[in-house]
Design a binder for this molecule. Structure first.
Ligand code: ZN
Ligand code: ZN
Length: 125
């Protein structure tokens, strides 16, 4: 036993708890302010600015949507790439998978692979 009588390793005062607030972190994949659509840029190198875009959560099944929100795994999409027609991510399995892969890569660049597996429990790479 050390001089402080510590048995459990808690020799240092715990850091003050972060104030709990509902925060909505920005996208970690896209600069949301520039008005572009993530898929227009990625797939077509088109930087068109849209007056209306929709927010898409990259992992959106069940509890994953909240996790996507928490970790900024979301992108702004034009309607053509979000909901309308064959190129829309909600209609197109290939683009859905592409975004999941991009999302995981962006997450892992910040937090690492283990953390991704811990949080999402599946590998999309
Ligand atoms: Zn688009
Ligand atoms: Zn969506």
């Amino acid at each position: 036993m050390d001089r402080n009588g510590s048995k459990n390793g808690l020799m240092f005062p715990k850091p003050a708890k972060q104030k709990k607030r509902k925060n909505h972190p920005k996208s970690i994949l896209q600069n949301e302010e520039d008005g572009s659509c993530y898929l227009c840029v990625l797939l077509e190198d088109c930087w068109a600015v849209y007056s209306y875009r929709e927010e898409h959560h990259i992992f959106f099944s069940k509890h994953q949507r909240a996790l996507s929100e928490e970790y900024g795994l979301k992108v702004r999409l034009c309607l053509r790439h979000h909901r309308n027609g064959p190129l829309a991510v909600h209609n197109n399995q290939k683009y859905r998978r592409l975004l999941e892969k991009k999302g995981q890569q962006a997450f892992e660049a910040l937090h690492g692979h283990e953390k991704f597996m811990e949080v999402f429990g599946e590998n999309y790479l």
